[in-house]
Design a protein around this ligand. Structure first.
Ligand code: ADP
Ligand code: GN1
Ligand code: MG
Length: 369
C-alpha cells in the first residue's frame, strides 16, 4: 500500500538521519492521522511519530504548536527537577528546518514529528482496576504539574471546546439544517438530548458564580491518550496535547470515566454490553484523588460524578451532531459510525443516571479516605 505521507519531505524537513525501514499506522485517534516511522543508523533503531494535523479541526497550527511546545518544555523541566526521565514522561517534538514545529507538504498538509516512546502500550477498553487506578493518578499528576503554568499564554485551540451549552446550540443547528438528510432516523436520540438540556448549563453556572476554578487542563483525557509502561503498568506519559487549554478539572475527570469505565468500547454495536462499571469508576476516582485531592475545591469533588455523566452526554451529542452534518468532523470507518458511537454514549448516560447515588457514595468515600 502506498504510504499516505511523503518520506523525503518528512526526512528533510525534520532532519531525520538514518536508513528508513518501514512504518506502522496508529488508528486509535479520531482526529489526526498518525504513523510511526522506523529508521536505523549504525545498527541502532530509532522511531518517530509523524502526524498530519487535522487543520479542519485545528485552524491555527502555529498557535497549536506554540501551546504544545510551551507545555512540553515546561513539563520537561519539572520532570528533570524531580529526577524523572523527560524523554519518556513527556513528548519531545522536533523543530522543522524552518524553525517552526510543523512543516507544510506539497499538498498543503501540515505535519509534525516527535519521538516515539517505546516499551509502552495504550488501551481502548480496560478491565484492570489497577491500570485504571494508575490512569487516574497520571491525569491527576498531569493537572497538578500544570497548576503553575501561565494559562494566559495558552491559545484556545478550539473555542468553547467543553462549553456544553454551546455544543447543544450546535446540535440544534444541525437538527434544523439536516444537511445529511438523516434527521428522521434519529428522532429518539434528538429527544434524548432535548430532555437533558438543563444539564448543559450546570457547570457554566458554577463558573459564572466563581464556585469552580479555571485550571490548565488536558480536555481530551480518554484512555488511549496515556502511554502505559509495559513493565510497570504505570501511566508514564500523557499524549495528544492539542486541547491543553484553560478548562475545568471536571472535564478531564468526566471524560476519562466516559471512555475508560465503559464496559464496552466507544463504538460497540451491541448496546447490551455497554454500562458503567462501578469498580472501574471507584478505581479511577481513587487514583485521581490520590494525586489531585489537595489541590481540588470541595465543589469540584462534589461534581465529579455529575461530570462523568455530562462529558458522556456532551460527547454523544457531538457524535450525533456530526452524524446529522454528514460526518465532517470525526474520522469514521462506515456510514453509521457516528450514530453507533452516539448510541453507546447515550446508553452509558442512562446507566449513569441509574447509578448516580452509587457514584456519589464512592466519590465521597474516596475523598475522605
Ligand atoms: P489523535 O489526536 O488522532 O487522537 P494521538 O496524538 O492521540 O492522535 O495519537 C494517536 C495514537 O498514536 C495514540 O492513541 C497512541 O496509540 C499512539 N501514539 C501517539 N504518540 C505516541 C508516542 N509518542 N509513542 C507511542 N505511541 C504514540
Ligand atoms: C476526539 O483526538 P481523540 O481521538 O483523542 C475528540 C475528543 C472526543 C473523542 C471521542 C480534538 O479525541 O474531544 O471526546 O474524540 N478530540 C477533538 O472519542 O475533538
Ligand atoms: Mg488521541
Amino acid at each position: 500500500m502506498t504510504p499516505q505521507f511523503d518520506l523525503t519531505f518528512l526526512q528533510t524537513n525534520f532532519s531525520i538521519s538514518g536508513t528508513y525501514l518501514d512504518y506502522t499506522v496508529k488508528n486509535d485517534g479520531h482526529i489526526n492521522a498518525t504513523f510511526v516511522l522506523h529508521f536505523e543508523k549504525d545498527g541502532v533503531k530509532s522511531d518517530y511519530i509523524v502526524q498530519r494535523i487535522n487543520t479542519n479541526v485545528f485552524k491555527s497550527p502555529d498557535a497549536l504548536m506554540q501551546n504544545i511546545v510551551g507545555v512540553t518544555s515546561f513539563l520537561r523541566e519539572k520532570i528533570s527537577a524531580r529526577g524523572g526521565n523527560p524523554n519518556r514522561e513527556t513528548l519531545c517534538f522536533l523543530p522543522a528546518v524552518s524553525g517552526k514545529y510543523y512543516a507544510v507538504d506539497a499538498d498543503g498538509a501540515c505535519w509534525r514529528c516527535y519521538r516515539y516512546i517505546d516499551d509502552v502500550y495504550t488501551c481502548n477498553t480496560i478491565d484492570s482496576e489497577e491500570v485504571f487506578y494508575n490512569a487516574g493518578m497520571s491525569f491527576g499528576s498531569f493537572q497538578k504539574s500544570l497548576a503553575d503554568y501561565p494559562a494566559e499564554t495558552l491559545a484556545e485551540t478550539i473555542p468553547n471546546f467543553h462549553n456544553t451549552y454551546s455544543r447543544f446550540l450546535d446540535f440544534e443547528t444541525a437538527v434544523q439544517e439536516n444537511r445529511a438528510g438523516r434527521r428522521e432516523t434519529v428522532e429518539a436520540e434528538i429527544q434524548f438530548v432535548r430532555d437533558r438540556e438543563a444539564d448543559t448549563h450546570v457547570l457554566l453556572d458554577l463558573i459564572e458564580k466563581a464556585e469552580l476554578p479555571l485550571r490548565v487542563t488536558h480536555n481530551d483525557t480518554k484512555l488511549n491518550n496515556i502511554l502505559f509502561d509495559n513493565q510497570t503498568n504505570q501511566g508514564i506519559c500523557i499524549i495528544d496535547l492539542d486541547t491543553v487549554m484553560p478548562g475545568l478539572s471536571l472535564y478531564d475527570f468526566g471524560d476519562s470515566i466516559r471512555f475508560g469505565a465503559n464496559t464496552a468500547s466507544e463504538d460497540e454495536k451491541d448496546l447490551s454490553k455497554v454500562s458503567l462499571s462501578l469498580p472501574l469508576y471507584k478505581a479511577y476516582t481513587e487514583g485521581y484523588l490520590s494525586s489531585a485531592k489537595e489541590s481540588l475545591w470541595a465543589r469540584e469533588i462534589e461534581y465529579l460524578p455529575f461530570s462523568a455523566k455530562l462529558m458522556t452526554f456532551e460527547c454523544g451529542m457531538r457524535f450525533l451532531t456530526d452524524y446529522l452534518n454528514g460526518d465532517t468532523y470525526f474520522k469514521t470507518e462506515y456510514p453509521e459510525h457516528n450514530l453507533v458511537r452516539c448510541r453507546t454514549q447515550f446508553t452509558l448516560v442512562a446507566d449513569m443516571e441509574k447509578k448516580m447515588a452509587d457514584m456519589q457514595k464512592i466519590t465521597a468515600e474516596a475523598a475522605t479516605a
